[in-house]
Design a protein around this ligand. Structure first.
Ligand code: NAG
Ligand code: NAG
Ligand code: NAG
Ligand code: NAG
Ligand code: NAG
Ligand code: NAG
Ligand code: NAG
Ligand code: NAG
Ligand code: NAG
Ligand code: NAG
Ligand code: NAG
Ligand code: NAG
Length: 414
């Protein structure tokens, strides 16, 4: 109880210090009932050219005082328009799709004649940029909540949104207690959730939840059984059973994601010289290309495209690999966890792997060639090293003894 009190106090204190708790706006429909609610903070960073032909950066915040003229609500679409300062405006369009709604675009217009914001600007035009935010899959009758910062870049404007609480399509006159929380606010999502929509929680639960929690380690991914059937018909020509995790590095950030086989669709093609397996899941697509080098096959290329929790689309590929090599007509197997570096930004981890990209008979795996770590012989390595070492010692000892004997003989012969 005390801790909550302290927390609330801290929040209030924080607001006082910053003199602003964001911009709060309400929009009423024709019947004067609340139809759109928004409370958010936006920072703008705009680059413009001065009369001295120099590039300058103007940085400013969305003021707390705005005029919402131009905002409107309809059944399936609505607009939040915030006008501020000397002819600047910021607007967001929403639309309904099924039982969710989304923000389709943000349009920001800025008046370069406003010398207080853009001193010495060469141009006096009013420019505007339109960008697409990652604000989607908001449950109907829920508020979208995102405390984390989202920076949306465009040619000469960067907009950073944070502490966003928005509900478009308010139905019963007050904004909802239920939230759709953005992915960035959630503690690192463990696996690909089967639905794309962010979980819906309610305000009480959300405010009391700790804002920072350490990223939990991912559980071992589930093993999927994937196959490729020619013309989606008949028996499989490519078989692959494995569990997959990807590790993505983006600057200093590191994120790991598991492939959820339950929501993954396998497709691809089988050829004489090359076969392809495409695994499409809700948040990632993995393309594996195998080549047939007459006697042996190998995994030659890996291409991973993933939507990270930050909303960024990540894509990395390497097509000069030589992994998972085995004889054509057999399968490759590796049960132990394997860590493969694909590119400097992408690692893949496999578990319980068995794959056969060529010459599959009756839809079943042929005999497996196991990776070295799996093989029963791997325990022999230390023994072999020991044997070799002892052999060396014996050899050294022998040559020493022989040498001594020789020199003694030489000495005696004098
Ligand atoms: C927004 O801008 C203000 C002043 O321009 C700055 O103090 C604040 O740190 C900025 N916030 C973010 C999240 O960038
Ligand atoms: C302004 O600078 C750009 C390059 O920075 C140059 O191409 C352009 O000619 C300059 N314009 C004037 C009016 O000096
Ligand atoms: C742009 O700013 C100038 C100077 O503040 C003002 O006179 C003008 O009316 C503004 N333009 C618009 C479209 O509001
Ligand atoms: C926007 O952000 C990017 C990356 O931080 C930066 O390189 C660019 O200069 C920024 N642009 C503006 C107009 O602030
Ligand atoms: C919040 O969601 C729960 C379950 O989804 C629902 O029963 C409840 O009516 C919702 N509350 C509001 C205020 O919409
Ligand atoms: C909000 O969550 C709390 C705790 O999880 C629950 O007790 C309460 O019934 C929920 N309220 C609504 C409106 O769903
Ligand atoms: C699919 O399989 C059925 C029966 O096994 C066969 O009659 C049909 O021709 C096949 N279609 C294609 C496109 O291979
Ligand atoms: C996948 O589906 C199986 C059976 O349908 C179920 O037992 C398992 O829990 C599911 N796994 C995940 C991660 O949803
Ligand atoms: C692999 O390639 C060789 C020659 O390039 C070919 O003879 C053989 O049939 C191919 N194997 C399969 C399974 O396609
Ligand atoms: C497979 O590769 C062999 C040798 O490189 C070539 O002769 C043959 O035409 C290729 N087959 C196909 C179907 O591309
Ligand atoms: C990887 O796959 C993505 C999506 O299918 C594609 O856009 C990209 O060009 C591929 N990269 C390479 C190097 O093939
Ligand atoms: C996987 O390998 C990379 C580079 O080889 C290394 O940085 C990383 O720590 C390894 N990850 C695990 C879980 O072993």
């Amino acid at each position: 109880m005390f801790r909550y009190a302290a927390f609330v106090l801290l929040l209030a204190f924080g607001c006082v210090i910053h003199l602003s708790c964001g911009t709060e706006v309400t929009v009423q429909d024709k019947d004067d009932k609340l139809c759109l609610y928004a409370n958010l903070s936006v920072n703008f960073s705009v680059s413009y050219v001065t009369s001295g032909n120099k590039s300058e950066l103007a940085e400013f915040e969305l003021p707390a005082e705005v005029v919402s003229n131009g905002s409107k609500c309809d059944a399936a679409s609505s607009t939040l328009q915030l006008n501020f300062g000397a002819g600047h405006s910021w607007s967001m369009n929403f639309s309904v799709s099924g039982n969710t709604y989304q923000a389709d675009s943000i349009t920001f217009s800025y008046n370069l004649s406003d010398a207080t914001v853009f001193p010495k600007s060469a141009s006096t035009d009013t420019l505007s940029v339109t960008v697409r935010p990652h604000i989607t899959d908001i449950g109907m009758d829920t508020c979208y909540s995102c405390k984390s910062k989202e920076t949306i870049q465009s040619d000469s404007v960067n907009q950073t949104l944070w502490n966003v609480l928005i509900q478009a399509f308010v139905s019963n006159g007050t904004h909802s207690e239920n939230l759709t929380t953005c992915a960035a606010d959630l503690p690192a999502t463990p696996t690909a959730s089967p639905t794309t929509a962010a979980p819906v929680t309610n305000t009480t639960a959300a405010t009391l939840a700790p804002t920072t929690s350490p990223a939990p380690t991912l559980p071992t991914p589930a093993t999927g059984k994937f196959s490729v059937k020619p013309d989606n018909n008949g028996t499989a020509c490519l078989l692959a059973n494995f569990a997959l995790r990807i590790g993505v590095k983006q600057g200093e950030k590191h994120q790991e994601m598991n492939l959820d086989p339950n929501v993954t669709r396998a497709s691809g093609s089988c050829g004489v010289n090359s076969s392809e397996l495409v695994l499409a899941s809700t948040d990632m697509t993995v393309v594996l290309t195998f080549t047939n080098g007459t006697k042996k096959f190998r995994l030659q290329s890996v291409n991973v495209t993933a939507k990270l929790t930050s909303g960024v689309i990540f894509s990395e590929a390497n097509s000069s690999l030589s992994l998972w090599e085995a004889a054509v007509g057999s399968s490759y197997m590796c049960n132990k966890e394997q860590n493969y570096t694909i590119t400097s930004q992408l690692n893949i981890f496999t578990f319980n792997l068995q794959v056969q990209p060529f010459a599959v008979k009756k839809g079943l795996f042929s005999t497996a060639e196991e990776c070295f770590l799996d093989s029963d012989l791997s325990f022999l390595v230390p023994i072999a090293v020991g044997v070799a070492l002892s052999f060396l010692i014996v050899l050294v000892l022998l040559s020493y003894l022989i040498g001594r004997r020789k020199s003694r003989t030489g000495y005696q012969s004098v």
